[in-house]
Design a binder for this molecule. Structure first.
Ligand SMILES: Nc1ncnc2c1ncn2[C@@H]1O[C@H](COP(=O)(O)OP(=O)(O)OP(=O)(O)O)[C@@H](O)[C@H]1O
Ligand SMILES: [Mg+2]
Length: 291
């Protein structure tokens, strides 16, 4: 059996396994023993996912390597990531992509969370945010302002639902106009709104593209069109979702700060977080500064 390294950033090893005779498949191996349980959750989440018309590669098997690392095998999807596809696709195809994503993720109509669910959501976010406040230094005005707004926000409207956990453009594969989710992640709270917030981290904040020097104007344009169509489509289902999505994006950005090691990323994140704060203020009808 030949193994070809497919890369990845999380430290897990991802191989395309192929012997020229049987059907090729992908094997994802845990980076260390501590990560075994999280990768197992990932494979379970992937196997359980149902979000027609979007699919996840079929999980074919699982096991442990000789040195005790958990692995799982999955169907190989011979396509490209949406992050790559965005660089060359016809702009007219963005609308179709957005329609597929929204019909897979968003509920057809808003259902009010049960009282216990609302209390649970409020509690989970309160604990998460207070942990974040302790981790973050208080000499950054942008972070302070964001934390204040996040703590004052009413998270009870976030009904629990199926959630991918790390829905970046790099974790979506497109093949013949069909979309596949890969790289599911366990999250502190499961809601599709958080997934759309993560998607905005790419289509609005351009996080996956931050180190790329030559992102063309056309790619930027496609991302803007993607974001506008996405928010428009979702707000037609229920306009109150949009503000929840921006709060989801804000908490996502703030959670990156503890991991920042360089000034470039710090500056990038400060700028983008300020813009999101302004977006929220405008959506909430507070006067925002022009940025
Ligand atoms: N089932 C699959 N079929 C085709 N390609 C795949 C498949 N699974 C993973 N890949 C390729 O390998 C890359 C890395 O996979 P994955 O996102 O699971 O890894 P990761 O190391 O966990 O990355 P991350 O930093 O996003 O956590 C993907 O971007 C994709 O190009
Ligand atoms: Mg990934």
């Amino acid at each position: 059996m030949n193994r070809y390294n497919l890369g990845g950033h999380s430290g897990c090893q991802i191989f395309l396994m192929e012997d020229g005779e049987t059907t090729a498949y992908v094997r994802k191996i845990s980076k260390d023993r501590e990560y075994n349980s999280r990768l197992k959750i990932q494979s379970e989440k992937q196997a359980a996912f149902c979000g027609d018309p979007i699919k996840a590669p079929k999980v074919l098997g699982e096991g442990y390597t000789e040195d005790g690392m958990y692995f799982f095998d999955m169907e190989y999807i011979q396509g490209v990531t949406l992050a790559e596809y965005m660089k060359t696709m016809e702009i007219g195809k963005v609308k179709g992509l957005v329609e597929i994503l929204v019909s897979s993720l968003a509920p057809k109509k808003q259902t009010l969370a049960a009282v216990e669910e609302q209390l649970l959501a409020t509690d989970i976010f309160r604990v998460k945010l207070s942990g974040l406040r302790k981790m973050l230094s208080n000499d950054n005005d942008v972070v302070n302002q964001a934390l204040n707004m996040l703590e004052a926000h009413d998270w009870s409207k976030l009904s629990p639902s199926q959630c991918h956990g790390d829905m970046t453009l790099e974790n979506i594969i497109i093949k013949n106009d069909s979309l596949f989710f890969i790289d599911f992640l366990d999250s502190f709270y499961d809601s599709w709104i958080l997934d759309i917030g993560t998607l905005l981290q790419d289509v609005q904040v351009m996080w996956s593209y931050r180190f790329q020097k030559n992102v063309s104007m056309n790619t930027v344009l496609r991302l803007i069109v993607f974001r506008d169509l996405l928010l428009d489509k979702i707000s037609k289902i229920d306009s109150s979702y949009v503000i929840e999505i921006y709060y989801a994006l804000l908490q996502k950005l703030i959670r990156i700060y503890p991991y920042i090691k360089d000034e470039f990323t710090n500056h990038f994140l400060n700028e983008k977080t300020s813009c999101v704060l302004q977006n929220i203020k405008i959506l909430e009808g507070q006067p925002g500064e022009v940025v």
